[in-house]
Ligand binder design. Structure first.
Ligand SMILES: Cc1cc2nc3c(=O)[nH]c(=O)nc-3n(C[C@H](O)[C@H](O)[C@H](O)COP(=O)(O)O)c2cc1C
Length: 329
């Protein structure tokens, strides 16, 4: 048996496979199956403030009619819907904590500062081991500067950390103008950076002139953006880096650890193959470690990061230049 123990947001975990936020852990049955198959920690589905508000407005609209403006009823109902959604999430956390003995992480996506804090406090009180802040707003506003957008991320993590004691991770997209600087500075504040989230994508149905949803699941090739940035950031980051997107195979888990990640988050592969894929991948990681003579993850973590490389510029190379096509030459 190899020592697969590592960390996620600084929390000790028994192996590097964390289940990323998704419907996979929406029920206790689902959570138990993931834990039984060997998952080291589970991130619950994000609770979205925007979704709760939209649901409240829709229900209120149906009850009141378009022209009615009974604000007292509106306030009351808004409060009720929010309260119920949060209570359901709290109940799931408590049940999950009773059902399995691995860390359970809440995932939050809010629109107002006060709600980020309020949700985080409630979930900490319910017993979560850590909190993932799922922050992203598409930067479509042409009047917003890059600095003003970046400041939102720093402010949210700062505010939440003032009020909760459990580790706080940031799950981010890859749309920053100055990624190296922003992520290195965020790593000084966060307990972990989860790189990167994968968002819903847009597609067009050209026969029916309609906007439709793109593919939901990632592909095995999609890991390379995370690999590049974890390789570059791991020597400088002040917190755990967690690889997310495109982990479909044991080899991509190993690659991320070699880049310097402390753990990985998996979603699409588990949807496609079922929870048993976790056990299989862990077995394959152990076989690889045996083949390579490693006893623990620390023996090879970060071995292929930019900081360890005799050829650090290959990590920054982005153009297809013929002269540089063979990285191992
Ligand atoms: C069906 C589905 C639901 C998801 N829901 C959430 C969510 O609520 N919050 C979140 O942060 N990420 C969510 N994600 C993104 C995943 O957590 C993950 O970051 C992404 O799928 C990339 O990992 P993968 O390549 O292993 O799928 C969802 C992904 C899928 C496929």
């Amino acid at each position: 048996m190899k020592n697969l123990s590592t960390t996620y947001l600084g929390i000790p975990i028994k192996n590097p496979i964390v289940i990323g936020s998704s419907g996979l852990a929406a029920t206790i049955g689902g959570i138990k199956k993931l834990a039984d198959a060997g998952a080291a920690a589970i991130v619950l589905k994000s609770i979205f403030e925007e979704e709760i508000v939209a649901e409240a407005e829709q229900t209120i609209g149906q009850q009141l009619g378009m022209d009615d403006n009974n604000l007292e009823f509106f306030d009351y109902y808004d409060y009720q819907v929010k309260h119920e959604a949060l209570q359901n999430y709290v109940a799931l956390i408590k049940e999950a904590k009773e059902a399995v003995d691995i860390p359970i992480i809440a995932s939050i996506n809010c629109t107002s500062y006060s709600e980020w804090v309020s949700y985080a406090k409630k979930f900490e009180a319910a017993g979560v081991d850590g909190i993932e802040l799922n922050i992203f707003k598409l930067p479509y506003d042409e009047s917003a500067t890059a600095e003003s957008i970046e400041k939102i991320y720093f402010d949210i993590v700062d505010k939440v950390k003032q009020y909760v004691q459990v580790p706080v991770g940031l799950k981010l997209g890859s749309y920053f103008t100055n990624m190296g600087s922003v992520l290195t500075r965020l790593s000084e504040q966060a307990g972990g950076l989860i790189l990167f989230n994968r968002f819903t994508s847009l597609d067009f149905d050209i026969e029916n002139d309609q906007v439709v949803s793109g593919k939901v699941y990632s592909n095995p090739e999609d890991f390379s953006m995370s690999l590049r940035w974890i390789s570059i950031l791991s020597p400088k980051a002040k917190c755990d880096l967690v690889a997310s997107t495109g982990i479909h195979d044991y080899s991509s888990i190993i690659k991320m650890l070699m880049a310097g990640a402390s753990s990985v988050e998996m979603v699409s592969a588990v949807y496609k193959e079922g929870p048993e894929v976790i056990r299989w991948m862990l077995g394959e990681v152990e076989k690889w470690m045996e083949r390579r003579g490693y006893e623990s993850i620390n023996d090879f973590k970060g071995r292929l990061s930019q900081g360890q490389s005799s050829n650090p510029e290959v990590f920054e190379r982005v153009q297809f230049m013929r002269y540089f096509s063979g990285y191992n030459k």
